[in-house]
Design a protein around this ligand. Structure first.
Ligand SMILES: [Zn+2]
Ligand SMILES: [Zn+2]
Length: 932
């Protein structure tokens, strides 16, 4: 029996089941629209930022997926045709490194295996291990369309990558050029910044004297000293740079220097980039071995001289040092300089040196030939799209960040010296040395017809393929009348939810590629696509970070990383999701606190118990022949003057909550939405509605059966609607209980396919507006406040909890009516034995009062055992005094104050002042006792 719920809420027992059910039943599949089945509702499309195929789910993912899933579930239930597309990224560098490490551990190398076999090996790896993160997403219930899962190396997406490359090449936007890369002399490959780790090492700065050459070509006898940490690179110097306003060197403007050891003349150039305070203020310029020097040389149109080979040995450009290992050459160069009197000094220096992540060899910045995209035309279009408001950023400030980057954009280096990835579709000709770029692998050179062509060995940057995703997942470039249904229905996508760290890597590139390539796809009627319809998405929501409870960034070195899967095991997915949602709003980082998750698990427990209570009452009703008509659930009942006050009141609260939740989600205020539904479920439904039910539901022989049935039906209606309201936040427990509410025969396969509570303005006014609802809310407001007042007064006086006491109340007519109509509830909840209504205001001690609406008194004659009371108070005073001493000791301990987190110190201070107040109160009470 679905309603036969286990006594204890156990998330593990229900979540696996539903996660599996949602996937198996393909509940979130959004098929390609066909002419006769166009689908219902407006398309609402979102792409999952594809996690790396090597990835494991971390808290950041879980946060991102929770935020997306709440929105998608909410939109789907609200009637949109939601499509959420999942997939993984082939992650060139990370994956190649991982598989390579495996091969090395087997005693072989990638090179021994060869390119083809290695790539095959990576595919095998992916088959076995590549789905971990998606499996984790399935378990956490992400409502994505698994039928559309993609991988960036899939055939379909690879076609898009190739088309994009070829098209950009045809448009003259792709070129090859020189570029400084991190080179590992041992692995003999360029490696990305991600594969370089930096480590401080003690080394030296050498100061070298470069002879100044007169205009007649003779040495002037003067010198200019430059400082360097890598003297061997001087073999490739092409200039020395100084700051144009450096007064020390004004006399050198326009002069030349003679490069020591090599003998060639090099110019002195002026550039504001040079720091006057660093070293001697004169900087040697070695464009082939330093990225800053490379940029400097570009500005001054200087050549680049590469003096090292692939293995880190000096090449022929290094003259007498050719053939020496870089460090051997360094020693010899320093010795030679010293011998020639050109070494001005050696200083100790700590360098931050880049090492190869794989083999730990010191990385050599080195010039190499790479492929680039001339990005400006694409960037211009992408800027225009945002400027014209076709893409909206939330939080807004990221629009500024976007423009700042786009204004200073550099050509994009798209080649990587890897084997795993999309191999660049370009062929080099051994005869004419020209390049053939083609959509289909060519058999001969397009320029001279030679058959001696070989494919480029580089692959494309991973971001090239992920940048194309919004167009490629919907079939681009294959957009024909027969194939274009997906593209027409789902492009542009509606929203992108992602982190700020990939704003440039990914978001900006999708905008550039989207505007560029989709712009060429005509509309279904053949007309030209506008920029507004070319953008890859209409909105970007940049989510914040999940930090630890002390607002520290989670990091492996700090050891404060929380594994979401572990937290889920402990508290359930729903509680973890709710924790994240309850703190999420645009631009606000989350301080993830387990204590909060524990609290939301208790919330889920409360909902569970509410369901059990309701089902128990349905059974009791059945016992006297009352059956609840399940077809009356799932709708908002018509409220009229016949409806009892309590029913009108609860629906009024419900409508206001539903409106708040809808409006908050519209504005990405997950926190407001979650807190509103939490408040309603906990305080309004459980603490009030159900408590009233306990008083009023009558299953006795003499019961007014129609009334009992109506009351129980109303409770079930509110409960069912609240489950739907909560479902996007806590999909598992709501699914379980919703099926139980319908006794296993729900009107849809899943609560996720039921409709989200949203009522018409007309109905909202009828229920919420006091002119239309007969002032129910105002009236009942005093009723609830009276209960609160009586309870706190009873506590103050010290009436034993179970002992009822009479009250006397004076109230204005509206409040009086509410009190009179709900006497039964007041007596139960406020433990009132009888109410006497007074015609006059009540004054004196022990009075409670609510402005001019009511005043009252709890009538209670206290009988006090003086000696027992004295003993109790004396014990209490001693306890408080002891507590104060401990607190004072701690707060007086500088060491403790320095180390303890601020929230702990705050808490301690608060506790101290509270104890002090209690102590004073107890002392006063003791003093007021009659003397012996
Ligand atoms: Zn290496
Ligand atoms: Zn050729």
């Amino acid at each position: 029996m679905p309603r036969d719920l286990p006594k204890a809420y156990d998330p593990a027992a229900i979540e696996d089941h539903w996660a599996e059910y949602w996937v198996r039943e393909k509940l979130f599949a959004q098929p390609t629209p066909t002419a006769d089945a166009d689908g219902n509702g407006e398309p609402y499309t979102i792409l999952l930022p594809p996690p790396n195929v090597t990835g494991n789910l971390h808290m950041g993912h879980m946060f991102e997926h929770t935020e997306s899933d709440i929105l998608m579930r909410w939109r789907r239930m609200s009637g949109d045709r939601v499509l959420w597309v999942p997939g993984t990224d082939h992650a060139g560098i990370a994956t190649q490194m991982l598989v390579e490490r495996q091969i090395v551990s087997e005693g072989a190398t990638r090179q021994q295996l060869g390119r083809e076999a290695f790539v095959e090996r990576v595919w095998k790896w992916r088959e076995h291990y590549g789905g971990v993160i998606l499996d984790q997403m399935k378990r956490l219930g992400a409502s994505v369309d698994w039928q559309r899962e993609y991988f960036t190396m899939d055939e379909k997406l690879s076609v898009a990558v190739r088309e994009a490359f070829v098209r950009l090449h045809e448009q003259g936007l792709i070129y090859r050029g020189a570029y400084i890369v991190n080179w590992c002399p041992r692995c003999q490959t360029a490696i990305s910044d991600l594969e370089v780790f930096h480590e401080e090492q003690s080394g030296h700065i050498w100061e070298i004297r470069y002879p100044v050459v007169n205009k007649d070509g003779k040495d002037s006898g003067k010198f200019l000293s430059v400082a360097t940490t890598r003297p061997e690179t001087m073999l490739g110097d092409v200039a020395v740079a100084i700051h144009p306003e450096d007064e020390r060197y004004l006399h050198l403007h326009g002069m030349k220097l003679r490069l020591p050891l090599m003998g060639r003349e090099i110019p002195i150039i002026l550039d504001e980039w040079v720091s006057r305070d660093f070293g001697t203020g004169a900087v040697k310029v070695t464009p082939a071995h330093d990225p800053n020097d490379f940029a400097l040389a570009e500005r001054h149109h200087l050549p680049s001289i590469n003096v090292m080979d692939d293995t880190g040995h000096i090449n022929a450009e290094g003259g007498p040092y050719a053939g020496l290992d870089r460090y051997v050459a360094r020693k010899k160069i320093v010795a030679d300089l010293e011998e020639q009197g050109l070494l001005a000094g050696i200083k100790d220096h700590v360098n931050n040196i880049g090492h190869c992540d794989r083999c730990k060899t010191v990385v050599e910045p080195r010039l190499s030939t790479q492929w680039f995209i001339k990005i400006q035309p694409l960037a211009d279009k992408a800027k225009e799209a945002v400027r014209q408001g076709h893409i909206k950023f939330t939080p807004e400030m990221y629009e500024k960040t976007y423009f700042e980057w786009m204004e200073n954009i550099h050509d994009w280096c798209i080649s990587r010296q890897l084997w795993w990835g999309h191999r660049i579709p370009a062929w080099h000709c051994a005869d004419c040395h020209k390049i053939t770029v083609a959509r289909v692998d060519p058999a001969a050179c397009a320029h001279c017809g030679s058959k001696k062509i070989t494919q480029e060995t580089d692959v494309l940057d991973t971001w090239f393929s992920s940048g194309l995703l919004p167009v490629s997942v919907f079939g681009w470039p294959n957009i024909t009348p027969e194939t274009r249904a997906d593209f027409d229905a789902f492009y542009p996508t509606s929203l992108l939810v992602t982190g700020f760290d990939i704003l440039f890597f990914w978001v900006a590139r999708m905008i550039m590629f989207g505007c560029w390539f989709a712009g060429d796809v005509p509309k279904p009627d053949g007309s030209k696509r506008s920029l507004a319809d070319s953008v890859p998405f209409r909105e970007v929501y940049i989510h914040a970070l999940v930090r630890d409870a002390n607002r520290e960034k989670m990091s492996k070195t700090k050891g404060n990383v929380l594994d979401p899967i572990e937290v889920v095991k402990q508290f359930g997915t729903d509680a973890v999701r709710f924790t994240l949602a309850s703190m999420a709003s645009p631009g606000t980082d989350i301080a993830f606190n387990i204590a909060r998750t524990e609290g939301y698990r208790a919330f889920a427990n409360k909902i569970w118990n509410a369901a059990r209570f309701l089902f128990m009452n349905i059974d009791r009703a059945a016992g006297i022949g009352i059956t609840i008509d399940l077809s009356e659930l799932g709708t908002i009942p018509v409220i009229g003057s016949q409806t009892p006050d309590i029913g009108r009141w609860v629906w009024s609260e419900f409508h206001q909550t539903a409106r708040k939740v809808n409006e908050s989600l519209e504005n990405y205020r997950y926190d407001d939405a979650a807190n509103a539904v939490y408040q309603f479920f906990w305080s309004i439904f459980c603490d009030r509605s159900l408590e009233i039910a306990k008083v009023r539901l009558d299953f006795s022989e003499t019961a007014d059966r129609a009334r009992t049935k109506a009351a129980l039906t109303n409770l079930m209606q509110v409960f069912e609607a609240t489950l739907r309201l909560l479902s996007p936040f806590m999909p598992f427990i709501t699914e379980e209980l919703w099926h139980a509410v319908y006794d296993g025969n729900p009107p849809a396969k899943s609560i996720a396919l039921a409709s989200y509570p949203l009522v018409s303005q007309e109905h909202f006014d009828l229920v919420v507006d006091s002119a239309q609802n007969d002032g129910v809310m105002e009236r009942l407001k005093y009723f609830w406040e009276l209960i609160g007042d009586v309870l706190s007064k009873r506590k103050e006086i010290g009436i034993p909890e179970k002992e009822p006491a009479p009250i006397v109340v004076h109230a204005v007519p509206m409040a009086r009516r509410a009190f009179k109509e709900n006497l039964d509830v007041i007596s139960k909840l406020a433990r009132v034995s009888s109410i006497e209504f007074s015609e006059t205001d009540i004054e004196g001690p022990d009075v409670f009062r609510n402005l001019s609406y009511y005043s009252g008194r709890v009538v209670y004659q206290r009988t006090v055992d003086v000696s027992a009371e004295r003993e109790r108070l004396t014990k209490e005073i001693a306890k408080y005094e002891k507590g104060l001493i401990t607190a004072e000791q701690q707060l007086g301990n500088g060491d403790f104050l320095a180390k303890a987190p601020p929230n702990v110190v705050e808490g301690l201070k608060k506790q101290e002042s509270e104890t002090r107040a209690l102590l004073e109160k107890a002392r006063a009470a003791l003093a007021s006792l009659p003397q012996k």
